[in-house]
Structure formats: structure tokens, C-alpha cells
Design a protein. Structure first.
Length: 123
């Protein structure tokens, strides 16, 4: 029960951060806000942001598997990375957008998520 409550709290904080930061990143083409989304994803993995965001798509999946909560978080990570990719495209950061999109696809494929689904909390 405590594990479930903790996980729900982690998800709620992640969703709040991602919604606020993605909105700013998209509307203002703000790289700092995009980095806040990256920091939130890295926080789920308990990794340094710089390390986590440079991982290959397969390595990101491995870290989610090792976290022990990858199944519970995969939809959220997929969505955040996919939307982050779109924000980076809007900023002209096409290489970074491509990496984020590849990472999102890898997470979706590995955990059986639908890449295009918006988790209920983000709708």
C-alpha cells in the first residue's frame, strides 16, 4: 500500500512538472523549460539529468527496467519525451528532437505502450 501511494505521488508530481514546463517550452520556445521536463524524467530514473538525457534509446529503456517502476511510468515517459521532441522541433533543435523521439519510441516499444496515447492525467 505504501509503495502504491508513493508511486501515485511521484506520478502526480511528474505530471504537474511536465504540464507546466511543456506549456512554457512550447509557447515561449524556452530551452530552460524543456530542460525542466528532462530533469523530471531523469528524476524518475534517479539519475543526473545530463547523464539520463544522453542515454541511447535502449539504455534509457534499461534504466527504466532497473528502476523497478518502468511498467507504471512508461506511458508517462513516452508522452513526455514525445512532447519534448515536438517542443525541441519548434525551437529548431532538430537533432535533439530526433533523439527524444527515438527515446520515446524505444520506451513505448519495450513496455508495450501506444506511442500516440495521451495518459489520462495529461489530457
Amino acid at each position: 500500500m505504501l509503495h502504491r501511494d508513493y508511486l501515485l505521488e511521484v506520478i502526480a508530481q511528474f505530471v504537474d512538472t511536465v504540464i507546466q514546463s511543456l506549456t512554457i517550452a512550447r509557447e515561449k520556445a524556452d530551452p530552460k523549460a524543456a530542460q525542466d521536463v528532462e530533469a523530471a524524467v531523469a528524476g524518475l530514473l534517479d539519475l543526473d539529468q545530463q547523464v539520463a538525457m544522453q542515454l541511447t534509446p535502449d539504455s534509457l529503456v534499461t534504466m527504466l527496467l532497473l528502476s523497478g517502476v518502468g511498467d507504471a511510468l512508461a506511458d508517462y515517459v513516452t508522452y513526455a519525451m514525445r512532447e519534448l521532441a515536438d517542443a525541441y522541433d519548434g525551437m529548431g533543435e532538430h537533432d535533439l528532437a530526433s533523439l527524444r523521439r527515438e527515446q520515446a519510441h524505444a520506451v513505448a516499444d519495450s513496455f508495450g505502450c501506444d506511442y500516440d496515447v495521451v495518459p489520462e492525467e495529461f489530457a
